[in-house]
Design a protein. Structure first.
Length: 215
């Protein structure tokens, strides 16, 4: 199975910037937000001509791209697949179907996102799949406050998307330093036992992947 990682965080917390050191020749980025990448010169690294960058949010199209990376010989060199962001898929699908009424719409929305995450876990062993996602802070009736992946609709909240990832990192800015939180601190952050000694690490996804190689 593929190594699947989720980087969650607020807008501007460094989620996409953490991808800056991925090797472009071995990476496919699916830009579901359609906003491009946040570092200088990215268009020379990632573009349609070299077939390592696609801007789309439609669930079926995203799943189709994933299937191509998984099955097509021309994509066997891809070792890093990025879906940025899960929320771009959710919100885009919701807006496309805004006039639709009824419970079925939310069922289908939940199913499409669930299928993408589940499929990622079944992809080839030599692949690293990185999802990014926005967060929300929840205040429960008992006073407990925690941060989790933001989802559209109650069905996805009940599924608890974090349960489908072995590694969930929280991106944040602390005193001007962009970091990943590696341990749950009023959040749904989680990492494999022994992978990280520090509670906060630099927000470089390549360092994370290196630390997870032995797992």
């Amino acid at each position: 199975m593929a190594r699947v990682i989720c980087v969650m965080g607020e807008s501007g917390s460094g989620k996409t910037t953490s991808l800056r050191n991925l090797p472009p020749k071995e990476t496919m980025i699916v830009d579901c937000d359609g906003k491009g990448l946040p570092w200088k010169g990215w268009k020379k690294q990632y573009n349609g001509e070299v077939k390592n960058y696609v801007s789309c949010y439609k669930p079926d199209m995203v799943l189709n791209i994933m299937a191509h990376v998984q099955e097509k010989e021309e994509y066997k060199h891809i070792k890093y697949l990025v879906i940025d962001t899960l929320n771009g898929i959710m919100v885009g699908d919701e807006m496309d179907r805004l006039k639709e009424k009824g419970y079925d719409k939310w069922q289908e929305l939940a199913q499409s996102v669930y299928k993408i995450v589940v499929y990622a876990n079944m992809m080839r062993d030599d692949l690293n799949v990185i999802f990014t996602a926005h967060t929300e802070t929840v205040n429960e009736d008992n006073g407990y406050t925690f941060t989790r992946i933001k989802t559209s609709g109650r069905k996805l909240s009940k599924i608890v998307l974090e349960s489908k990832f072995s590694t969930v990192l929280l991106a944040k800015c602390v005193n001007g330093r962009y970091v990943f939180e590696t341990r749950a601190n009023n959040s749904t952050t989680k990492t494999l036992m022994g992978a990280f000694e520090e509670a906060e690490i630099d927000n470089d996804i390549m360092n994370v992947i290196e630390a997870l190689k032995d797992f």
